[in-house]
Design a protein around this ligand. Sequence first.
Ligand SMILES: Cc1cc2nc3c(=O)[nH]c(=O)nc-3n(C[C@H](O)[C@H](O)[C@H](O)COP(=O)(O)O)c2cc1C
Length: 247
Amino acid sequence: MEYPGARSLLQSHRSIRRFKDTAVPQNIIDDLVESARWAPTSHNVQAYSIIGIRSQEMKEKLQILCGDQSYIGQCPIFFVFVMDFYRHALISERQEAPFEVDEIENLLVGAVDTALASENFLLAARSYGLGGVMIGGIRNEAEQVSSLLNLPKWTVPLMGMCIGYPDQWPNQKPRMVKQAVYHEEFYQTDGVESLLLEYEQITSTYYAERTNGKNSRGWGRRMVDYFGEKRRAELTDFIKKQGFSLK
Ligand SMILES: Cc1cc2nc3c(=O)[nH]c(=O)nc-3n(C[C@H](O)[C@H](O)[C@H](O)COP(=O)(O)O)c2cc1C
């Protein structure tokens, strides 16, 4: 069976940060969850949970905790995608069996599972004419977010997602050219620098247009700034507190 429409859905992605004041019907939300549930998952571990938040008061609290990103309060419904080993811990405890999630491996399993479920969710939303943006800012104050959402041990909020009917349709943000990200047979380092220079030009023009000339820093300069400082250093302690020793 072919699904040509799926490709145009995938390739027309852009993050949406402004929404119409229209509620998203519950039957659609249920179907987005259904699509998330069918994401592939490492060893069928299914290490994620999703929390849907319509309450304006809660959205506004989360908005503040996520670095005051206004679209969280503005979207009709906000979701939090949680890496979740609570259920696994529970079964092991009931059976008095060892529960070995100390290795980084399981953290990767949980992060990948949660990311796959969330992307399925967003794409399903797009299929209904909805749009959205993922919110990594949910990890800014992970501990406060967790107590607000009553998250148990063995869980970590990994990303949020604003969902609603788009009130904007921005130009797509240019991606790196295919040769920079796809290799055949072997990893190719030759030519990478010239591809990056080319991308710097493209993204510099894109950002200059997007910011009316105020900020024309291209992708490379943005990445240097981004990786030039430590981020969310306290998250490591919180992840350990949630039970993952990160050995
Ligand atoms: C895991 C993840 C976390 C993100 N966190 C935020 C965020 O906190 N705030 C935001 O405005 N955009 C966030 N984004 C959206 C990215 O900035 C966006 O996907 C990227 O710049 C590419 O732009 P595009 O999605 O419009 O193509 C996040 C995206 C991902 C995948």
